[in-house]
Write a protein that binds this ligand. Structure first.
Ligand SMILES: NC(=O)c1ccc[n+]([C@@H]2O[C@H](COP(=O)([O-])OP(=O)(O)OC[C@H]3O[C@@H](n4cnc5c(N)ncnc54)[C@H](OP(=O)(O)O)[C@@H]3O)[C@@H](O)[C@H]2O)c1
Length: 298
């Protein structure tokens, strides 16, 4: 075991960063307790104003101070349409940010867990994507995240890249709270039914991170909720689970123009996870129901 005992979380105030910080600090989750080895770590969760990952000097200074055993990069510029307008910012945060962390993690001999996305694929194939499938991003967000992956692989040796999809959690803006709010305010919603993917509860992803982090099972992982649905089906299930009375009309992506192109099929197969530490992701409906029952205030 390495003598360094800090686990640093970047983007600590975001949806995943908040969930992961909570889990690592409490050493338990609705999916089970964390292994006893976690007693040996201090958790340092840093918001963007405490650590700006785009600044190599700053990354270097903070990691020098904290002597991390591991860094989990939950920081990203996640506004998919915003990335089309702000290409420089997208590549700075989503590509140069992880590059900076990778360079310094290598110097510190620390592990780096980096979070990526289903948007690195073009979404044209109906079959679930596995880790060896060729990427072909169709948006600035997807391209910036793809370059981030490449930099992590190139600049450090102890890396794990976890691609997830349709992430929601207790903290921050996401599809679940957007639908709940819009349903309550408007009573009628139009939601696209021609984009298919796998909703992922941030608790499940945080748990997968905790399972991998203490292993030497380095590499690329798909990490999404099990099962699949359209955004329309996801929205209907949200209203069902939260008991909200509103009407949802299915519509097509062509009727709902957005700046960034979205993948039609976004299903990730947690293949490498199954072959290593095991697939801890719940079926998406079960995970959504737990999200509702475990205290999400709609
Ligand atoms: N959300 C999804 O549906 C989804 C799907 C697939 C993959 N992912 C990936 O999952 C990861 C976590 O996403 P999330 O939903 O938790 O994102 P999020 O809620 O948007 O959180 C991202 C965090 O990154 C921080 N950040 C932005 N720029 C930064 C910088 N230069 N330095 C340090 N921190 C910075 C933000 O802080 P400020 O708010 O202060 O800017 C925010 O707290 C990301 O890598 C994302 O690409 C997300």
């Amino acid at each position: 075991m390495d003598s360094r005992k800090n686990i640093i979380i970047t983007g600590g105030n975001g949806c995943l960063g908040t969930e992961l910080t909570k889990m690592l600090k409490s050493k338990t989750s609705e999916l089970g307790s964390l292994p006893a080895i976690y007693d040996q770590f201090d958790i340092v969760s840093l918001a963007s104003y405490e650590l700006d990952i785009t600044n190599l000097e700053h990354v270097s200074k903070i990691l020098e101070e904290k002597q991390p055993y591991a860094v989990v990069n939950c920081a990203a510029y996640t506004d998919v349409d915003g990335c089309e307008d702000e290409k420089d910012k997208a590549f700075k945060v989503n590509a140069l940010g992880p590059r900076n962390l990778a360079i310094v993690c290598e110097r510190k001999r620390a592990k780096l867990i980096h979070i990526s996305t289903d948007y690195v694929f073009d979404g044209e194939e109906k079959e679930k994507r596995i880790e060896c499938d060729v990427i072909n991003p169709k948006s600035v967000y997807g391209a910036s995240k793809a370059l981030g992956e490449e930099y992590v692989r190139s600049f450090c040796s102890r890396w794990y890249i976890l691609r997830t999809s349709w992430l929601y959690g207790y903290h921050g803006k996401n599809f679940v709270n957007t639908i709940i709010k819009a349903a309550k305010e408007n009573g009628v919603l139009n939601v696209v039914d021609d984009q298919i993917g796998s909703p992922t509860n941030a608790v499940d992803l945080a748990y997968a991170i905790c399972k991998l982090l203490i292993t030497q099972e380095y590499g690329l992982y798909h990490c999404s909720g099990n099962g699949e649905c359209s955004w329309y089906e996801f929205a209907c299930e949200i209203l069902n689970v939260f008991g909200i009375d509103a009407k949802i009309n299915p519509c097509k992506s062509s009727e709902y123009k957005r700046k960034a192109k979205r993948p039609k099929f976004s299903n990730l197969d947690n293949f490498m996870l199954r072959l290593t530490v095991g697939d801890c992701f719940r079926d998406w409906k079960q995970a959504l129901s737990a999200f509702c029952n475990n205290g999400y205030k709609s």
